[in-house]
Structures are given as C-alpha cells and as structure tokens.
Write a protein that binds this ligand. Structure first.
Ligand SMILES: *[C@@H]1O[C@H](CO)[C@@H](O)[C@H](O)[C@H]1NC(C)=O
Ligand SMILES: *[C@@H]1O[C@H](CO)[C@@H](O)[C@H](O)[C@H]1NC(C)=O
Ligand SMILES: *[C@@H]1O[C@H](CO)[C@@H](O)[C@H](O)[C@H]1NC(C)=O
Length: 301
C-alpha cells in the first residue's frame, strides 16, 4: 500500500508530461530575464549539447535557443520572450518551444499550433501579436496568475502598506514593481476575492485589516435611486471590468456613515462578506493592498 501511494503522484505527473513536445525551427528570438531591480540578467545560459532534450526534462523550461554546440539559453520562470517565426523576416537562430500538441497530430506549419506549455504550475499560453511575434511570459516571482474568462491574464499580489492611503498604495504598486508598473487591482470574480482574503489574513497576522483594491463608487450616495447608487462601482486598473465579485453574499456596503461617504472598495481580512466600502482617504485599519499588472502587456525594456 505504501509503495502504491508513493507511485501514484509520479505517474500523474508523467502523464501530463507525455503530452508535451518540443518543436524546433529557425526564427528570431529576443528575451529578457529580470532581476529584482528590473535589470536584465542572463541566468538563462546553461551548458548543454542537447538543448531540446534538456529543456524537455526541465520542468521550468518553456523554450530554448541554441547559442553554440555547448550552450543553450533556457527561457524559464522569470523570463519574457518574443519569438519571431516569420520566415520572411530572415530569422536564423535555432529555437525550440515546449508545447502541447493533441495526440496523433502533426501540424504542417506553426500557424496551426496554439503554443501552450503545461507544467505542474499550470498552463502557460503563448500569445500571437499582430506584428507576427509570439510572446511568452509567466508572472514575475511572488505574483499569482489569474486567467480571466474575458481572455485577460492578470498577475496579482498583496503588498504591505500599514496605514497607507489608497493613493499612496497605488503609487507603491507603480513604483515598487519595475519593470511592470503595476496599479491597484480590480477583482474579477468571487474566487479572486477569496484568494485575496486569504492573502490579507496571512499578512495581517489575524488582526482584522482592510486591503485596498481599485474599485470606486460610480455615482454618489445622494442619488435618487438609493440601491443602484450604493451598489454600482467601477474599477480603476484599466483591466478589470464587471461586477461579478460584488454579489450580496460576497460584499457589504455602508455607503455613508454620519457625514463621511464611503466610496472606495477594500478586501476585509476577517469577514465572510469579503468586499466592503470605506472612506477613500482613511488610513485607519489599513494593512496594505493588492497590485495588478496585465501579463501580456508589452513591456519596454
Ligand atoms: C537528448 O535528450 C533526450 C531526452 O533526455 C534524449 O532522448 C535524446 O536521446 C538526447 N539526444 C542526444 C543526441 O543525446
Ligand atoms: C501556414 O498555414 C497558413 C494557414 O493554413 C497559411 O496561410 C500559410 O501560408 C502557411 N505558411 C507556410 C509557411 O506554409
Ligand atoms: C489607464 O489608462 C489611461 C489612458 O491610457 C492612463 O492615463 C492611466 O494612467 C491608466 N491607469 C492605470 C492605473 O494604469
């Protein structure tokens, strides 16, 4: 029995990997590996005379370029890649991509392949830009990836910011995260908010705290239709739309207390109704906030 329970997880991982293939072709490949301060770092160089086989066997390798007979460059977790497969562009580097291909198919050319790396961490899709470049990116270290049903892929993380105003937290998202220049995060689904509450709870050590997100009331509490005014919000992160996360079970709004309007949304670290509205200028019981950037946004390096 003991042996069996040890074997099962190994077999599952192997069955995921057997679907993966390496596709090798001529093209042009640009890459950036970022360090904490946004500088380019070439830790992707690995000694190998079998780039294709070694990349295949390395769970974090998504693609490679052959540098010379003894060296490859691996695109791994923290990389961004742009690959030009347009043969007319005259690409002359030998490049390989690890991708899933449906069983028993052999694509005649690259336009028929939806490049997608399946790894134990999840599925990482390549995106074809109108310029003919394929781009591959994973979320930067410490950021979590959210595939949204509108097709956007978001990288989100919690940041500490005890006693910071919403504006200060937004500035922190922008300046503290080069080269991505994040902003305060919008919440797209109830599931995202549940994840946020767990992160907030961990960061506030059991103290009830509020964490800024980008939602702001669309209207005022003085409107003629009290219900709509209370419950209509917009997200200020240029990426999040909709109000799927603002269900009655998941959000509770006060709108106004005494003379103070509570027009900005927060995640509450210790509450079953996760999202609430508070005074946009307050710093009381603020533990931090959530930053977001769009994974496939083109980044100038
Ligand atoms: C390269 O590595 C793969 C996977 O380990 C292996 O199957 C293949 O035989 C190797 N090729 C050469 C030329 O060593
Ligand atoms: C690849 O396939 C597409 C769509 O079928 C076709 O338009 C294109 O010309 C093909 N490219 C090459 C290089 O064969
Ligand atoms: C949203 O887009 C507008 C217009 O492009 C820009 O001025 C603004 O800075 C963006 N906001 C954020 C948070 O990225």
């Amino acid at each position: 029995m003991r042996l069996l329970s040890l074997l099962i997880p190994i077999l599952v991982i192997q069955s995921v990997w057997t679907k993966m293939r390496m596709i090798q072709f001529y093209g042009h490949y640009e890459t950036g590996y970022f360090t904490e301060d946004g500088q380019v770092d070439y830790k992707g160089y690995v000694p190998s005379n079998n780039c294709s086989g070694d990349c295949y066997n390395d769970a974090t390798c998504a693609a490679y370029k052959i540098i010379d007979p003894d060296y490859c460059e691996f695109a791994t977790m923290n990389s961004e890649l742009w690959i030009d497969m347009n043969l007319e562009a005259g690409g002359n580097q030998i490049i390989g991509i690890k991708t899933e291909i449906p069983e028993d198919t052999c694509p005649a050319n690259y336009t028929q392949v939806d490049f997608k790396m399946v790894s134990p961490e999840g599925i990482f899709s390549w995106k074809l830009y109108p310029t003919g470049y394929w781009m591959f990116k994973m979320c930067w270290k410490d950021w979590s990836r959210f595939e949204r049903s509108d097709g956007n892929v978001a990288c989100i993380r919690v940041v500490d910011g005890s006693g910071l105003t919403k504006e200060q937290l937004n500035y922190e998202c922008y300046t503290g995260n080069a080269p991505y220049y994040a902003s305060l995060a919008g919440v797209y689904t109830v599931e995202e908010s549940v994840w946020m509450r767990e992160e907030a709870a961990m960061h506030s050590n059991g103290q009830p705290s509020n964490y800024w997100i980008s939602g702001v009331r669309d209207g005022t509490c003085e409107g003629t239709d009290p219900h709509d005014m209370k419950a209509t919000f917009k997200w200020e992160d240029n990426m999040t739309t909709g109000s799927t996360a603002l269900t009655e079970a998941n959000a509770v709004f006060s709108c106004k207390t005494e003379e103070t309007e509570n027009n900005c949304l927060v995640i509450m670290s210790q509450s079953s109704q996760i999202i609430s509205d508070i005074n946009c200028d307050t710093t009381v019981s603020i533990g931090g906030g959530f930053c977001i950037y769009e994974l496939h946004r083109e980044v100038k390096v």
